[in-house]
Design a protein around this ligand. Structure first.
Ligand code: NAP
Length: 241
């Protein structure tokens, strides 16, 4: 059994740890961030070169199964892996991190819609945590933004009034509470990433009565099989072997 693990997440690393060395795995990272946290076992880094590149790579490497443990918002690689695996008849499973309960948050379908809500509600001090690529929708906003991202957003896309905070989770409740309070944040904009590493901001926002605008996840491709835990993936792999 040779299994490709599409990763770049804490779940991807946990999965590699659960399977290695019993199962022959290759973890794949997109190569977006310098100095990424590496999973145990073999790792390859960089895009495959679209659907054709992925198809060729899977064949050349003699991959028997693919587990997609990418981030819930990494929709392109998820769609491509599903398409190529279906076409080649390679067993394919998606590990989906359970989403957060949005609670009282305003749920929107896109960054653009989140920006519309910010404008409509006249929020003026916004904690923007939708990542580097989420900034574009807010470029023309007149509000002030505390923008937290792993990598610096493109300078041309930054809104007029902002502060950029480069950092990587996990984040603790006490720190998130203090950050929101110190910057007098009046709205939190977040993706529904799910998981424990970045959820403390939601608890801090609730404690401070800060409204939340939450971008909903993109849907999974039709017909893919998905599970919610590393153990379920390990069981699935064991059944294949
Ligand atoms: P994306 O939009 O779905 O993918 C864009 C392209 O990046 C893909 O077409 C593929 O290039 C390459 N790619 C993505 N993930 C890859 C992987 N694991 N291995 C090899 N190539 C990969 O992805 P994204 O949203 O930019 O995310 C990139 C990576 O960062 C993912 O692995 C994801 O797990 C991780 N991540 C994403 C987020 C997020 O908010 N989106 C947050 C935390 C971590 P080719 O078409 O050339 O193969």
């Amino acid at each position: 059994m040779r299994v490709l693990l599409l990763g770049g997440t804490s779940e991807g690393r946990a999965l590699a740890k659960a399977l290695h060395p019993k199962v022959e795995i290759i973890s794949s990272l997109a190569g977006r961030v310098p100095d990424p946290a590496l999973p145990v076992g073999a790792v390859r880094i960089g895009g495959f070169g679209g659907v054709n590149g992925l198809r060729t790579w899977l064949r050349d490497e003699g991959i028997d199964a693919v587990v997609d443990a990418t981030h819930p918002f990494a929709a392109t690689i998820t769609a491509r892996a599903a398409e190529v695996c279906r076409e080649l008849g390679v067993p394919h499973l998606v590990l989906v991190r359970p989403p957060w309960d949005p609670g009282d948050a305003v749920v929107v379908v896109s960054d653009v819609e989140a920006a519309e809500i910010v404008a409509e509600q006249r929020y003026s001090r916004v904690f923007l945590t939708t990542g580097r690529s989420g900034v574009k929708a807010f470029t023309d906003s007149g509000a002030w933004f505390l923008i937290r991202a792993v990598m610096a957003p493109d300078a041309a896309l930054l809104p007029r009034h902002h502060q950029v905070l480069l950092s990587r989770g996990p984040y603790r409740y006490v720190d998130e509470f203090e950050l929101l309070r110190e910057h007098r944040i009046d709205a939190l904009v977040t993706k529904n990433s799910g998981g424990d590493m970045t959820r403390a901001k939601l608890d801090a926002a609730a404690a401070l009565d800060v409204p939340v605008v939450m971008v909903q996840r993109p849907p999974l491709p039709d017909g893919v099989t998905n599970v919610g835990t590393v153990q379920e993936v390990a069981d699935w792999v064991a059944r294949l072997g």
